[in-house]
Design a binder for this molecule. Structure first.
Ligand SMILES: Cc1cc2nc3c(=O)[nH]c(=O)nc-3n(C[C@H](O)[C@H](O)[C@H](O)COP(=O)(O)O)c2cc1C
Length: 157
């Protein structure tokens, strides 16, 4: 399959998971393109008004058999950068999409679950069909195990 990995990552945690996932998917015989969301002028971590977040060029996520979207949790919610991007995507009609987040806190109720819920809603509003979802709690003692779980869950296509 041709798989698009769309990632927002500021300090590199989400990107490092996406890179491991990319390697695994390639080993499983897929063609993978990793695209990073880079707002114009760099990211302002305090910007929560999604209308003020622009991308140039706007990363394409059409033309893939499968799309995987990864982002950090921000303020117990979807990252504004990803929210801005999903808001601009014209359509995801029929597109199969997996979602994952990384978050600092050790428990998923501390933002991860809500961020995934919001990401799911934004994608579904554009017509996507959501498959797997995963959360990596960066400060959890189980972090490495969570990453391995994610690689199994999202990487075995
Ligand atoms: C503005 C801001 C808000 C954050 N809010 C949360 C939060 O609500 N819950 C949480 O667990 N982590 C929160 N974090 C931590 C990030 O989600 C976490 O460090 C993530 O792994 C960073 O991913 P990245 O390195 O790919 O940018 C926040 C970080 C920032 C900068």
């Amino acid at each position: 399959m041709k798989i698009g990995l769309l990632v927002h990552s500021h300090t590199g945690n989400t990107l490092s998971v996406a890179e491991q996932l990319k390697d695994k998917l390639i080993k499983n015989g897929h063609v993978v393109e990793l695209r990073k969301l880079e707002p114009v002028g760099g990211e302002n971590k305090n910007e929560i008004d999604i209308n003020r977040i622009q991308f140039k060029p706007e990363p394409e996520i059409s033309g893939f058999d499968y799309v995987i979207v990864g982002a950090p949790v921000r303020g117990f919610s979807i990252s504004p950068v990803l929210a801005a991007y999903l808001n601009k995507v014209p359509t995801l009609k029929g597109q199969k999409v997996d979602l994952f987040v990384t978050q600092a806190f050790p428990h998923s109720w501390m933002g991860g679950n809500n961020a995934i819920k919001q990401m799911k809603k934004s994608c579904e509003q554009k017509g996507a069909v959501i498959g797997e979802t995963a959360i990596v709690n960066w400060k959890s003692k189980k972090r490495d195990a969570l990453i391995q779980e994610l690689l199994t869950q999202l990487g075995n296509k």
